[in-house]
Design a protein around this ligand. Structure first.
Ligand code: FAD
Ligand code: NAI
Length: 461
Protein backbone atom coordinates (compact mmCIF):
# COMPACT_ATOMS: atom_id res chain seq x y z
CA UNK A 1 0.00 0.00 0.00
CA UNK A 2 1.26 3.46 -0.87
CA UNK A 3 -0.01 7.02 -0.59
CA UNK A 4 -0.23 9.10 -3.76
CA UNK A 5 -1.36 12.59 -4.65
CA UNK A 6 -2.88 11.23 -7.86
CA UNK A 7 -3.73 7.78 -9.20
CA UNK A 8 -4.73 7.66 -12.84
CA UNK A 9 -6.69 4.59 -13.97
CA UNK A 10 -5.84 3.72 -17.58
CA UNK A 11 -2.67 4.49 -19.53
CA UNK A 12 -4.10 5.53 -22.92
CA UNK A 13 -3.35 8.97 -24.38
CA UNK A 14 -5.62 10.54 -21.75
CA UNK A 15 -4.19 8.64 -18.79
CA UNK A 16 -0.49 8.60 -19.57
CA UNK A 17 -0.41 12.29 -20.52
CA UNK A 18 -2.31 13.16 -17.34
CA UNK A 19 0.13 11.09 -15.24
CA UNK A 20 3.19 12.70 -16.83
CA UNK A 21 1.80 16.23 -16.38
CA UNK A 22 0.91 15.46 -12.73
CA UNK A 23 4.48 14.25 -12.10
CA UNK A 24 5.93 17.29 -13.89
CA UNK A 25 3.90 19.49 -11.55
CA UNK A 26 5.40 17.81 -8.48
CA UNK A 27 2.55 15.45 -7.60
CA UNK A 28 3.36 11.89 -6.47
CA UNK A 29 1.66 9.88 -9.19
CA UNK A 30 0.78 6.30 -10.09
CA UNK A 31 -0.99 4.93 -13.16
CA UNK A 32 -3.00 1.69 -13.13
CA UNK A 33 -3.00 -0.35 -16.34
CA UNK A 34 -4.35 -3.86 -16.82
CA UNK A 35 -2.76 -4.45 -20.24
CA UNK A 36 0.75 -5.91 -20.51
CA UNK A 37 1.93 -2.71 -22.16
CA UNK A 38 1.22 0.99 -21.63
CA UNK A 39 -0.44 3.30 -24.15
CA UNK A 40 -4.06 2.14 -24.12
CA UNK A 41 -6.22 1.56 -27.17
CA UNK A 42 -4.34 4.14 -29.22
CA UNK A 43 -0.86 2.64 -29.04
CA UNK A 44 -1.78 -1.04 -28.76
CA UNK A 45 -4.85 -1.62 -30.93
CA UNK A 46 -5.81 1.75 -32.42
CA UNK A 47 -4.10 4.79 -33.90
CA UNK A 48 -0.57 3.46 -34.10
CA UNK A 49 -1.01 -0.07 -35.53
CA UNK A 50 -3.63 1.15 -38.00
CA UNK A 51 -1.31 3.91 -39.22
CA UNK A 52 1.56 1.44 -39.62
CA UNK A 53 -0.59 -0.77 -41.88
CA UNK A 54 -1.89 2.29 -43.74
CA UNK A 55 1.68 3.46 -44.34
CA UNK A 56 2.91 0.08 -45.55
CA UNK A 57 0.00 -0.39 -47.96
CA UNK A 58 0.24 3.18 -49.22
CA UNK A 59 3.86 2.49 -50.13
CA UNK A 60 2.65 -0.57 -52.04
CA UNK A 61 0.07 1.55 -53.85
CA UNK A 62 2.79 4.09 -54.82
CA UNK A 63 5.01 1.33 -56.12
CA UNK A 64 2.21 -0.28 -58.13
CA UNK A 65 0.71 2.89 -59.56
CA UNK A 66 3.25 5.71 -59.74
CA UNK A 67 6.79 4.32 -59.75
CA UNK A 68 6.91 3.42 -63.44
CA UNK A 69 5.77 6.88 -64.53
CA UNK A 70 8.59 8.44 -62.51
CA UNK A 71 11.08 6.20 -64.29
CA UNK A 72 11.36 3.72 -61.44
CA UNK A 73 10.98 0.53 -63.42
CA UNK A 74 11.00 -3.08 -62.29
CA UNK A 75 8.84 -5.62 -60.56
CA UNK A 76 6.33 -4.25 -58.01
CA UNK A 77 7.00 -5.51 -54.48
CA UNK A 78 5.10 -8.63 -53.45
CA UNK A 79 3.32 -8.69 -50.08
CA UNK A 80 4.76 -10.67 -47.17
CA UNK A 81 1.78 -10.30 -44.82
CA UNK A 82 3.56 -11.87 -41.84
CA UNK A 83 6.41 -9.39 -42.20
CA UNK A 84 3.95 -6.50 -42.53
CA UNK A 85 2.31 -7.57 -39.27
CA UNK A 86 5.76 -7.86 -37.67
CA UNK A 87 6.56 -4.29 -38.77
CA UNK A 88 3.25 -3.17 -37.25
CA UNK A 89 4.02 -5.00 -33.97
CA UNK A 90 7.50 -3.48 -33.81
CA UNK A 91 5.98 -0.02 -34.28
CA UNK A 92 3.62 -0.74 -31.38
CA UNK A 93 6.34 -1.93 -29.03
CA UNK A 94 8.62 0.99 -29.86
CA UNK A 95 5.82 3.33 -28.85
CA UNK A 96 4.55 1.47 -25.77
CA UNK A 97 8.16 1.05 -24.61
CA UNK A 98 8.55 4.80 -25.05
CA UNK A 99 5.74 5.45 -22.55
CA UNK A 100 7.33 3.03 -20.07
CA UNK A 101 10.57 5.02 -20.40
CA UNK A 102 8.69 8.30 -19.82
CA UNK A 103 7.03 6.84 -16.71
CA UNK A 104 10.44 5.85 -15.28
CA UNK A 105 11.92 9.23 -16.19
CA UNK A 106 9.07 11.03 -14.41
CA UNK A 107 9.06 8.62 -11.44
CA UNK A 108 5.50 7.46 -12.07
CA UNK A 109 4.63 4.07 -10.56
CA UNK A 110 2.90 1.66 -12.92
CA UNK A 111 0.42 -0.33 -10.82
CA UNK A 112 -0.14 -3.45 -12.94
CA UNK A 113 -3.62 -4.96 -12.99
CA UNK A 114 -7.28 -3.95 -12.96
CA UNK A 115 -8.03 -0.95 -10.77
CA UNK A 116 -11.27 -0.34 -8.90
CA UNK A 117 -12.38 2.40 -6.55
CA UNK A 118 -13.77 0.88 -3.34
CA UNK A 119 -14.34 4.38 -1.93
CA UNK A 120 -13.29 7.95 -2.76
CA UNK A 121 -9.58 8.32 -1.95
CA UNK A 122 -8.77 4.63 -2.48
CA UNK A 123 -7.80 2.52 -5.51
CA UNK A 124 -7.61 -1.25 -5.29
CA UNK A 125 -5.29 -3.12 -7.66
CA UNK A 126 -5.12 -6.87 -7.07
CA UNK A 127 -4.84 -7.42 -3.31
CA UNK A 128 -3.39 -3.99 -2.63
CA UNK A 129 -5.32 -0.84 -1.81
CA UNK A 130 -3.59 2.51 -2.35
CA UNK A 131 -4.54 5.93 -1.02
CA UNK A 132 -4.90 8.80 -3.46
CA UNK A 133 -6.00 12.40 -2.81
CA UNK A 134 -7.18 12.56 -6.42
CA UNK A 135 -8.29 9.74 -8.74
CA UNK A 136 -8.51 10.27 -12.49
CA UNK A 137 -10.50 7.72 -14.52
CA UNK A 138 -9.11 7.37 -18.05
CA UNK A 139 -10.56 3.95 -18.80
CA UNK A 140 -11.22 4.63 -22.50
CA UNK A 141 -13.67 2.88 -24.79
CA UNK A 142 -14.50 -0.41 -26.51
CA UNK A 143 -16.29 -1.30 -29.78
CA UNK A 144 -20.09 -1.00 -29.62
CA UNK A 145 -22.01 -4.23 -30.06
CA UNK A 146 -24.36 -4.61 -33.04
CA UNK A 147 -27.61 -6.50 -32.58
CA UNK A 148 -27.66 -9.78 -34.52
CA UNK A 149 -23.90 -9.77 -35.01
CA UNK A 150 -21.59 -11.94 -32.95
CA UNK A 151 -17.92 -10.97 -33.06
CA UNK A 152 -15.43 -13.88 -32.91
CA UNK A 153 -12.39 -11.72 -33.86
CA UNK A 154 -11.56 -14.24 -36.62
CA UNK A 155 -14.26 -14.13 -39.31
CA UNK A 156 -16.35 -11.35 -37.78
CA UNK A 157 -13.95 -8.84 -36.32
CA UNK A 158 -13.78 -5.46 -34.67
CA UNK A 159 -10.81 -3.19 -35.40
CA UNK A 160 -8.79 -5.26 -32.92
CA UNK A 161 -9.13 -8.46 -34.95
CA UNK A 162 -8.77 -6.54 -38.22
CA UNK A 163 -5.28 -5.47 -37.15
CA UNK A 164 -4.06 -9.07 -37.04
CA UNK A 165 -5.97 -11.18 -39.55
CA UNK A 166 -4.36 -14.54 -40.33
CA UNK A 167 -4.36 -13.69 -44.04
CA UNK A 168 -5.57 -11.01 -46.41
CA UNK A 169 -9.25 -11.77 -47.14
CA UNK A 170 -10.45 -12.08 -50.71
CA UNK A 171 -13.79 -10.46 -49.84
CA UNK A 172 -14.33 -8.12 -46.94
CA UNK A 173 -17.59 -6.56 -45.82
CA UNK A 174 -17.27 -3.50 -43.62
CA UNK A 175 -20.31 -2.56 -41.53
CA UNK A 176 -20.28 1.20 -40.92
CA UNK A 177 -18.74 3.84 -43.23
CA UNK A 178 -17.01 5.74 -40.45
CA UNK A 179 -13.37 6.32 -39.66
CA UNK A 180 -12.37 2.77 -38.70
CA UNK A 181 -14.21 1.14 -41.60
CA UNK A 182 -12.68 3.40 -44.23
CA UNK A 183 -9.14 3.37 -42.80
CA UNK A 184 -8.94 -0.40 -42.30
CA UNK A 185 -11.01 -1.01 -45.43
CA UNK A 186 -8.31 0.96 -47.31
CA UNK A 187 -5.58 -1.27 -45.90
CA UNK A 188 -7.23 -4.44 -47.21
CA UNK A 189 -8.42 -2.87 -50.47
CA UNK A 190 -4.82 -1.91 -51.28
CA UNK A 191 -3.77 -5.47 -50.47
CA UNK A 192 -6.21 -6.72 -53.10
CA UNK A 193 -9.38 -7.52 -51.12
CA UNK A 194 -12.79 -6.75 -52.62
CA UNK A 195 -14.20 -4.35 -50.04
CA UNK A 196 -17.92 -3.56 -49.72
CA UNK A 197 -19.01 -1.04 -47.11
CA UNK A 198 -22.57 -1.31 -45.76
CA UNK A 199 -23.74 1.92 -44.11
CA UNK A 200 -27.01 2.63 -42.33
CA UNK A 201 -27.25 6.28 -43.45
CA UNK A 202 -27.39 7.61 -47.02
CA UNK A 203 -23.87 9.06 -46.95
CA UNK A 204 -20.47 7.97 -45.74
CA UNK A 205 -18.75 9.70 -42.76
CA UNK A 206 -22.01 11.41 -41.80
CA UNK A 207 -20.53 14.14 -39.58
CA UNK A 208 -18.17 15.38 -42.30
CA UNK A 209 -18.79 18.49 -44.43
CA UNK A 210 -21.20 17.24 -47.12
CA UNK A 211 -19.18 18.41 -50.13
CA UNK A 212 -16.03 16.73 -48.79
CA UNK A 213 -17.93 13.51 -48.00
CA UNK A 214 -19.21 13.35 -51.60
CA UNK A 215 -15.74 13.86 -53.06
CA UNK A 216 -14.31 11.34 -50.56
CA UNK A 217 -16.82 8.71 -51.64
CA UNK A 218 -15.99 9.33 -55.31
CA UNK A 219 -12.28 8.93 -54.64
CA UNK A 220 -12.75 5.73 -52.63
CA UNK A 221 -15.01 4.42 -55.40
CA UNK A 222 -12.17 5.00 -57.89
CA UNK A 223 -9.95 2.94 -55.61
CA UNK A 224 -12.40 0.07 -55.93
CA UNK A 225 -14.51 0.44 -52.77
CA UNK A 226 -18.15 -0.67 -53.21
CA UNK A 227 -20.80 1.04 -51.09
CA UNK A 228 -24.27 -0.07 -50.03
CA UNK A 229 -25.85 2.98 -48.39
CA UNK A 230 -29.13 3.24 -46.48
CA UNK A 231 -28.85 -0.38 -45.38
CA UNK A 232 -29.69 -1.76 -41.95
CA UNK A 233 -27.71 -4.91 -41.15
CA UNK A 234 -29.99 -7.54 -39.64
CA UNK A 235 -27.59 -10.38 -38.88
CA UNK A 236 -24.33 -12.04 -39.82
CA UNK A 237 -24.18 -15.83 -40.25
CA UNK A 238 -20.87 -17.66 -40.15
CA UNK A 239 -20.09 -21.13 -41.46
CA UNK A 240 -16.75 -22.78 -42.20
CA UNK A 241 -14.77 -19.56 -41.87
CA UNK A 242 -17.07 -17.62 -44.24
CA UNK A 243 -19.77 -15.11 -43.43
CA UNK A 244 -23.05 -13.92 -44.89
CA UNK A 245 -24.21 -10.41 -44.04
CA UNK A 246 -27.98 -9.97 -44.21
CA UNK A 247 -29.31 -6.43 -44.53
CA UNK A 248 -32.48 -4.52 -45.34
CA UNK A 249 -32.45 -1.56 -47.71
CA UNK A 250 -34.21 1.22 -45.83
CA UNK A 251 -35.78 2.84 -48.92
CA UNK A 252 -38.01 -0.15 -49.79
CA UNK A 253 -37.48 -2.59 -46.92
CA UNK A 254 -36.11 -5.19 -49.36
CA UNK A 255 -33.77 -7.89 -48.08
CA UNK A 256 -30.33 -8.59 -49.50
CA UNK A 257 -27.14 -10.30 -48.46
CA UNK A 258 -23.39 -10.27 -49.10
CA UNK A 259 -20.83 -13.06 -48.79
CA UNK A 260 -17.47 -12.36 -47.16
CA UNK A 261 -14.33 -14.02 -45.86
CA UNK A 262 -14.07 -11.32 -43.20
CA UNK A 263 -16.64 -8.94 -41.78
CA UNK A 264 -15.39 -5.82 -40.00
CA UNK A 265 -17.89 -4.35 -37.56
CA UNK A 266 -17.11 -0.64 -37.19
CA UNK A 267 -20.30 1.04 -36.06
CA UNK A 268 -18.86 3.17 -33.30
CA UNK A 269 -17.33 2.80 -29.85
CA UNK A 270 -18.73 3.20 -26.37
CA UNK A 271 -17.13 4.24 -23.08
CA UNK A 272 -15.56 1.39 -21.10
CA UNK A 273 -16.33 1.74 -17.40
CA UNK A 274 -16.71 -1.88 -16.26
CA UNK A 275 -14.88 -3.16 -13.19
CA UNK A 276 -14.32 0.28 -11.66
CA UNK A 277 -17.11 -0.04 -9.12
CA UNK A 278 -18.77 3.21 -10.23
CA UNK A 279 -22.30 2.06 -9.34
CA UNK A 280 -21.48 1.42 -5.71
CA UNK A 281 -19.59 4.69 -5.53
CA UNK A 282 -22.54 6.61 -6.97
CA UNK A 283 -20.57 8.14 -9.87
CA UNK A 284 -23.17 9.50 -12.30
CA UNK A 285 -23.21 8.32 -15.90
CA UNK A 286 -25.01 9.95 -18.85
CA UNK A 287 -25.80 7.66 -21.83
CA UNK A 288 -22.97 5.36 -20.70
CA UNK A 289 -20.45 8.20 -20.41
CA UNK A 290 -19.07 9.37 -17.08
CA UNK A 291 -20.67 12.74 -16.36
CA UNK A 292 -18.16 15.52 -15.65
CA UNK A 293 -18.19 19.29 -15.21
CA UNK A 294 -15.92 21.72 -17.13
CA UNK A 295 -13.02 20.76 -14.83
CA UNK A 296 -13.38 17.00 -15.42
CA UNK A 297 -14.84 16.52 -11.91
CA UNK A 298 -17.43 13.78 -11.46
CA UNK A 299 -20.21 14.18 -8.90
CA UNK A 300 -18.00 12.39 -6.32
CA UNK A 301 -15.38 14.67 -4.72
CA UNK A 302 -11.79 13.77 -5.64
CA UNK A 303 -12.77 11.64 -8.65
CA UNK A 304 -12.21 12.97 -12.16
CA UNK A 305 -12.70 11.48 -15.63
CA UNK A 306 -11.21 12.23 -19.06
CA UNK A 307 -10.87 10.92 -22.62
CA UNK A 308 -13.14 8.42 -24.37
CA UNK A 309 -14.91 7.63 -21.09
CA UNK A 310 -16.54 11.09 -21.08
CA UNK A 311 -18.46 13.18 -23.64
CA UNK A 312 -16.93 14.61 -26.80
CA UNK A 313 -15.12 13.16 -29.81
CA UNK A 314 -13.33 9.86 -29.18
CA UNK A 315 -9.93 11.06 -30.33
CA UNK A 316 -6.48 10.53 -28.87
CA UNK A 317 -5.52 14.21 -29.03
CA UNK A 318 -8.77 15.24 -27.32
CA UNK A 319 -7.97 12.73 -24.54
CA UNK A 320 -4.42 14.09 -24.29
CA UNK A 321 -5.60 17.70 -24.00
CA UNK A 322 -8.04 16.70 -21.29
CA UNK A 323 -5.33 14.71 -19.50
CA UNK A 324 -3.06 17.72 -19.40
CA UNK A 325 -5.82 20.13 -18.38
CA UNK A 326 -7.10 17.78 -15.66
CA UNK A 327 -3.59 17.46 -14.17
CA UNK A 328 -3.08 21.23 -14.25
CA UNK A 329 -6.47 21.77 -12.58
CA UNK A 330 -5.56 19.30 -9.80
CA UNK A 331 -2.31 21.25 -9.31
CA UNK A 332 -4.30 24.47 -8.84
CA UNK A 333 -3.84 25.98 -12.28
CA UNK A 334 -6.65 27.27 -14.53
CA UNK A 335 -6.38 25.35 -17.81
CA UNK A 336 -8.86 25.34 -20.66
CA UNK A 337 -9.63 22.93 -23.51
CA UNK A 338 -10.99 24.68 -26.60
CA UNK A 339 -13.45 22.10 -27.94
CA UNK A 340 -14.20 24.36 -30.93
CA UNK A 341 -10.70 23.77 -32.31
CA UNK A 342 -10.17 20.02 -32.17
CA UNK A 343 -9.07 18.72 -35.56
CA UNK A 344 -10.22 15.38 -36.93
CA UNK A 345 -8.29 13.41 -39.52
CA UNK A 346 -8.99 10.29 -41.56
CA UNK A 347 -5.71 8.73 -42.61
CA UNK A 348 -6.85 7.28 -45.91
CA UNK A 349 -5.32 8.17 -49.26
CA UNK A 350 -5.88 11.01 -49.69
CA UNK A 351 -6.23 12.15 -46.11
CA UNK A 352 -9.30 14.04 -44.99
CA UNK A 353 -9.04 16.64 -42.24
CA UNK A 354 -11.44 19.07 -40.63
CA UNK A 355 -11.64 21.66 -37.88
CA UNK A 356 -14.46 23.94 -36.74
CA UNK A 357 -17.88 24.10 -38.33
CA UNK A 358 -19.07 22.35 -41.50
CA UNK A 359 -21.07 24.29 -44.08
CA UNK A 360 -24.19 22.36 -43.04
CA UNK A 361 -23.73 23.46 -39.40
CA UNK A 362 -23.29 27.12 -40.40
CA UNK A 363 -26.45 26.96 -42.52
CA UNK A 364 -28.33 25.46 -39.60
CA UNK A 365 -27.11 28.31 -37.36
CA UNK A 366 -28.31 30.81 -40.00
CA UNK A 367 -24.86 32.37 -39.98
CA UNK A 368 -23.66 34.45 -42.96
CA UNK A 369 -20.43 32.90 -44.19
CA UNK A 370 -18.18 32.80 -47.24
CA UNK A 371 -16.35 29.89 -48.80
CA UNK A 372 -12.79 29.96 -50.13
CA UNK A 373 -11.93 26.84 -52.08
CA UNK A 374 -8.77 25.79 -53.84
CA UNK A 375 -8.17 22.53 -55.75
CA UNK A 376 -4.87 20.68 -55.31
CA UNK A 377 -4.76 20.51 -59.14
CA UNK A 378 -3.65 24.15 -58.98
CA UNK A 379 -0.78 23.28 -56.62
CA UNK A 380 2.52 22.53 -58.37
CA UNK A 381 3.89 20.22 -55.68
CA UNK A 382 0.70 18.17 -55.56
CA UNK A 383 0.69 17.73 -59.34
CA UNK A 384 4.31 16.56 -59.33
CA UNK A 385 3.54 14.04 -56.59
CA UNK A 386 0.43 12.48 -58.20
CA UNK A 387 -1.63 14.16 -55.47
CA UNK A 388 -3.68 16.67 -57.45
CA UNK A 389 -7.07 15.30 -56.40
CA UNK A 390 -9.01 17.07 -53.66
CA UNK A 391 -9.24 20.59 -52.32
CA UNK A 392 -8.94 22.95 -49.38
CA UNK A 393 -12.15 24.61 -48.27
CA UNK A 394 -12.07 27.49 -45.81
CA UNK A 395 -15.21 28.88 -44.19
CA UNK A 396 -15.09 32.44 -42.87
CA UNK A 397 -17.60 34.85 -41.38
CA UNK A 398 -19.13 36.93 -44.19
CA UNK A 399 -18.72 40.17 -42.31
CA UNK A 400 -15.67 39.85 -40.05
CA UNK A 401 -13.70 37.35 -42.19
CA UNK A 402 -12.96 35.34 -39.01
CA UNK A 403 -12.19 31.70 -39.83
CA UNK A 404 -15.05 29.42 -38.75
CA UNK A 405 -13.95 26.09 -40.15
CA UNK A 406 -11.74 24.29 -42.63
CA UNK A 407 -12.08 21.04 -44.56
CA UNK A 408 -9.26 19.51 -46.54
CA UNK A 409 -9.24 16.44 -48.71
CA UNK A 410 -5.87 15.87 -50.28
CA UNK A 411 -2.19 15.19 -49.63
CA UNK A 412 -1.01 15.60 -46.02
CA UNK A 413 -4.39 17.06 -45.08
CA UNK A 414 -3.83 15.89 -41.49
CA UNK A 415 -0.75 18.07 -41.21
CA UNK A 416 -2.01 21.03 -43.24
CA UNK A 417 -5.03 21.45 -40.95
CA UNK A 418 -2.87 22.63 -38.05
CA UNK A 419 -2.00 25.95 -39.66
CA UNK A 420 -5.72 26.67 -39.59
CA UNK A 421 -6.10 25.37 -36.01
CA UNK A 422 -3.44 27.81 -34.83
CA UNK A 423 -5.07 30.62 -36.81
CA UNK A 424 -8.44 29.79 -35.22
CA UNK A 425 -6.91 29.71 -31.72
CA UNK A 426 -5.69 33.25 -32.37
CA UNK A 427 -9.10 34.30 -33.70
CA UNK A 428 -7.53 35.00 -37.10
CA UNK A 429 -9.29 36.17 -40.25
CA UNK A 430 -8.89 34.38 -43.58
CA UNK A 431 -6.92 37.43 -44.72
CA UNK A 432 -4.30 36.75 -42.00
CA UNK A 433 -3.49 33.43 -43.69
CA UNK A 434 -3.78 34.97 -47.16
CA UNK A 435 -1.18 37.64 -46.28
CA UNK A 436 1.27 35.17 -44.70
CA UNK A 437 4.10 34.23 -47.04
CA UNK A 438 4.04 30.46 -47.72
CA UNK A 439 7.08 28.60 -49.07
CA UNK A 440 6.97 27.39 -52.66
CA UNK A 441 6.48 24.64 -53.73
CA UNK A 442 4.54 23.21 -50.76
CA UNK A 443 1.09 21.72 -50.22
CA UNK A 444 0.57 24.54 -47.67
CA UNK A 445 0.26 27.00 -50.54
CA UNK A 446 -3.15 25.43 -51.21
CA UNK A 447 -4.27 26.57 -47.75
CA UNK A 448 -3.13 30.10 -48.51
CA UNK A 449 -4.88 30.03 -51.88
CA UNK A 450 -8.13 28.95 -50.20
CA UNK A 451 -7.71 31.91 -47.83
CA UNK A 452 -7.10 34.19 -50.83
CA UNK A 453 -10.28 32.78 -52.36
CA UNK A 454 -12.18 34.10 -49.33
CA UNK A 455 -11.09 37.60 -50.43
CA UNK A 456 -10.18 38.93 -53.89
CA UNK A 457 -9.49 35.50 -55.34
CA UNK A 458 -6.94 32.72 -55.53
CA UNK A 459 -4.09 33.14 -58.01
CA UNK A 460 -3.58 29.68 -59.51
CA UNK A 461 -7.12 28.86 -60.67
P1 FAD B 1 -7.77 4.26 -24.11
O1 FAD B 1 -6.72 4.63 -25.07
O2 FAD B 1 -8.90 3.47 -24.52
O3 FAD B 1 -7.04 3.68 -22.86
C1 FAD B 1 -7.72 3.18 -21.75
C2 FAD B 1 -6.82 2.19 -21.05
O4 FAD B 1 -7.35 1.99 -19.75
C3 FAD B 1 -6.77 0.81 -21.69
O5 FAD B 1 -5.43 0.45 -21.91
C4 FAD B 1 -7.41 -0.13 -20.68
O6 FAD B 1 -6.77 -1.39 -20.61
C5 FAD B 1 -7.19 0.63 -19.38
N1 FAD B 1 -8.20 0.37 -18.36
C6 FAD B 1 -9.53 0.55 -18.44
N2 FAD B 1 -10.13 0.28 -17.27
C7 FAD B 1 -9.13 -0.09 -16.43
C8 FAD B 1 -9.12 -0.51 -15.07
N3 FAD B 1 -10.23 -0.56 -14.35
N4 FAD B 1 -7.93 -0.85 -14.54
C9 FAD B 1 -6.79 -0.80 -15.27
N5 FAD B 1 -6.74 -0.40 -16.55
C10 FAD B 1 -7.90 -0.05 -17.12
N6 FAD B 1 -7.77 8.54 -32.43
C11 FAD B 1 -7.06 9.50 -33.03
O7 FAD B 1 -7.05 10.63 -32.54
N7 FAD B 1 -6.35 9.26 -34.16
C12 FAD B 1 -6.33 8.05 -34.74
O8 FAD B 1 -5.67 7.87 -35.77
C13 FAD B 1 -7.09 7.01 -34.15
N8 FAD B 1 -7.10 5.79 -34.70
C14 FAD B 1 -7.81 4.79 -34.09
C15 FAD B 1 -7.84 3.55 -34.70
C16 FAD B 1 -8.56 2.52 -34.13
C17 FAD B 1 -8.58 1.18 -34.81
C18 FAD B 1 -9.25 2.74 -32.90
C19 FAD B 1 -9.99 1.62 -32.25
C20 FAD B 1 -9.22 3.98 -32.29
C21 FAD B 1 -8.51 5.02 -32.89
N9 FAD B 1 -8.49 6.31 -32.34
C22 FAD B 1 -7.80 7.30 -32.96
C23 FAD B 1 -9.20 6.62 -31.09
C24 FAD B 1 -8.21 6.63 -29.92
O9 FAD B 1 -7.57 5.38 -29.85
C25 FAD B 1 -8.95 6.93 -28.62
O10 FAD B 1 -9.67 8.13 -28.74
C26 FAD B 1 -7.96 7.07 -27.47
O11 FAD B 1 -7.18 5.92 -27.32
C27 FAD B 1 -8.69 7.37 -26.16
O12 FAD B 1 -7.77 7.48 -25.14
P2 FAD B 1 -8.16 7.21 -23.62
O13 FAD B 1 -6.93 7.54 -22.83
O14 FAD B 1 -9.41 7.87 -23.27
O15 FAD B 1 -8.45 5.64 -23.51
P1 NAI C 1 -17.80 6.07 -36.47
O1 NAI C 1 -18.71 6.72 -35.51
O2 NAI C 1 -16.70 6.85 -37.08
O3 NAI C 1 -18.62 5.47 -37.68
C1 NAI C 1 -19.63 4.55 -37.49
C2 NAI C 1 -20.44 4.45 -38.76
O4 NAI C 1 -21.29 3.33 -38.66
C3 NAI C 1 -21.33 5.67 -39.01
O5 NAI C 1 -21.21 6.05 -40.35
C4 NAI C 1 -22.73 5.15 -38.67
O6 NAI C 1 -23.74 5.81 -39.39
C5 NAI C 1 -22.59 3.70 -39.07
N1 NAI C 1 -23.52 2.79 -38.42
C6 NAI C 1 -23.95 2.82 -37.13
N2 NAI C 1 -24.78 1.79 -36.89
C7 NAI C 1 -24.87 1.08 -38.05
C8 NAI C 1 -25.56 -0.09 -38.44
N3 NAI C 1 -26.34 -0.73 -37.59
N4 NAI C 1 -25.41 -0.53 -39.71
C9 NAI C 1 -24.61 0.13 -40.59
N5 NAI C 1 -23.93 1.25 -40.26
C10 NAI C 1 -24.06 1.72 -39.02
O7 NAI C 1 -17.26 4.77 -35.70
P2 NAI C 1 -16.01 3.84 -35.95
O8 NAI C 1 -15.56 3.90 -37.36
O9 NAI C 1 -16.36 2.54 -35.35
O10 NAI C 1 -14.89 4.52 -35.07
C11 NAI C 1 -15.12 4.74 -33.67
C12 NAI C 1 -14.36 5.94 -33.22
O11 NAI C 1 -12.96 5.68 -33.16
C13 NAI C 1 -14.47 7.13 -34.16
O12 NAI C 1 -15.65 7.85 -33.92
C14 NAI C 1 -13.28 7.92 -33.79
O13 NAI C 1 -13.61 8.72 -32.69
C15 NAI C 1 -12.26 6.88 -33.39
N6 NAI C 1 -11.29 6.68 -34.48
C16 NAI C 1 -10.58 7.75 -34.94
C17 NAI C 1 -9.70 7.62 -35.97
C18 NAI C 1 -9.00 8.81 -36.46
O14 NAI C 1 -9.02 9.84 -35.79
N7 NAI C 1 -8.35 8.77 -37.61
C19 NAI C 1 -9.44 6.34 -36.61
C20 NAI C 1 -10.27 5.27 -36.08
C21 NAI C 1 -11.14 5.46 -35.03
Amino acid sequence: MADYDVIVIGSGPGGYVCAIRCAQLGLKTACVEARDTLGGTCLNIGCIPSKALLHATEMLHEAEHNFAEMGLKGKSPSVDWKQMLAYKDKTISQNTGGIEFLFKKNKIDWLKGWGSIPEAGKVKVGDETHNARHIVIASGSEPSALKGVEVDEKTVVTSTGALELGKVPRKMVVIGAGVIGLELGSVYRRLGAEVTVVEFLDQITPTMDGEVAKQFKRMLGKQGFEFVLGAAVQSVETKGGKATVHYKLRKDDSDASLEADTVLVSTGRRPFTDKLGLDALGVELERGMIKTDDHFRTNVAGIYAIGDAIKGPMLAHKAEDEGMACAEGIAGQHPHVNYGVIPSVIYTHPEVAAVGFTEEELKEQGRAYKVGKFPFMGNARAKANFAGEGFVKLLADAETDRILGAHIIGPMAGDLIHEICVAMEFGAAAEDIARTCHAHPTYSEAVREAALACGDGAIHV
